[in-house]
Design a protein around this ligand. Sequence first.
Ligand code: EGV
Length: 378
Amino acid sequence: MIESTLRLSTANLTELEHLALNSELNVADGHARQQLSEGQQRIIDELPTLFEKAAVQPVADLERDAHRAFFHLMGQQSYPIGPNPVLSCYASSVAMEILARSLVTKTDAVALIHPTFDNIPDILRGVGLRLVPLEEDPLHAGDLSSVVPPDVGCIFVTTPNNPTGRVLTRERLAELAAECRRKDVVLALDTSFRGFDTRSHYDHYAVLEASGCRWVVIEDTGKLWPTLDLKVGLLAYSENVGLPIPKIYSDILLGVSPFILALVERFAEDAAGDGLADLHAFVAESRRIVRTTLADVPGVSFPDPDSRVSVERVDLGGRRCADVWSALHERQVYALPCTQFHWADPSLGDRSLRIALARPHTSLRAAVRELRAVLLAH
Ligand code: EGV
């Protein structure tokens, strides 16, 4: 139904991901679809017990334990507890919607990282906010005063970014927070992909709090573990944020399922055993499969050599992603065009694709071999 009416040029990325859901060769969405590890399988084998535990334990305890396990796994020891506790949401996009609705009560414009996943600009624009693009190069190096433009009420940065994998360093975050403090602008971070990259495991909350700026952070448990989209988005904010975040949260939800909180705690504890090393090795091998399979295709290159996130951009060397996407589609292979990530200037993404890496390696290899054949023919 959707398929017959969808136009590649007007579809958003999530609509294109939806097309891919029933294909074995789905390398479109950034959700975790790899096999369960042995330790994770043991948790799944005990789900009835976990359900019983979640049904009897006070929700406040479950939520506190899940938050602690997750934030500590990510190196975020200074996450807020106390007067402004982290709010659990059904998904990080729900947290994003709550942030957008809160922001629009106080400001009409946001400076947003460019490129990034298109549902972020769409949600911000959806509440009527005007967007100013924030390019990655000036964000990461050089004079920061121009990075925070006049008349915006918020700077929004995805780190590690999706799809480029670029990470805001501790030093740069401190500089940016100081600049936001000086200009009284809210600093908002989306750290949904941080689990994949230890370079983003320094304690962001300590840096943000030390700056005195007004800040919001959106975290996500959904990209890491193959839990069939049982996940939470987490919405953290500073005591001085000056936005009606808890009020708007209450407009949208009472809370998330205690069962999912218990599941998140167990997966975070399991991952803490090896500090996520297994997952990192798995994604590194996925990336190697993509790069080696395409290595000898004329013109093709990988624009994010340092990326560690669970998606990989492929520069098509002048081929248009619309042509390659359509040829892949004919073979039931689904990747994402990068066009829509470049929300302020789609033409900048016209010659690259994004490949999802959190897949069983057999499926990933099969999909990338098809991509190789398509590229050699174009
Ligand atoms: C990625 C899609 C939406 C999002 C996919 C994603 N969800 N639109 N609410 O989860 O990188 O593929 O982030």
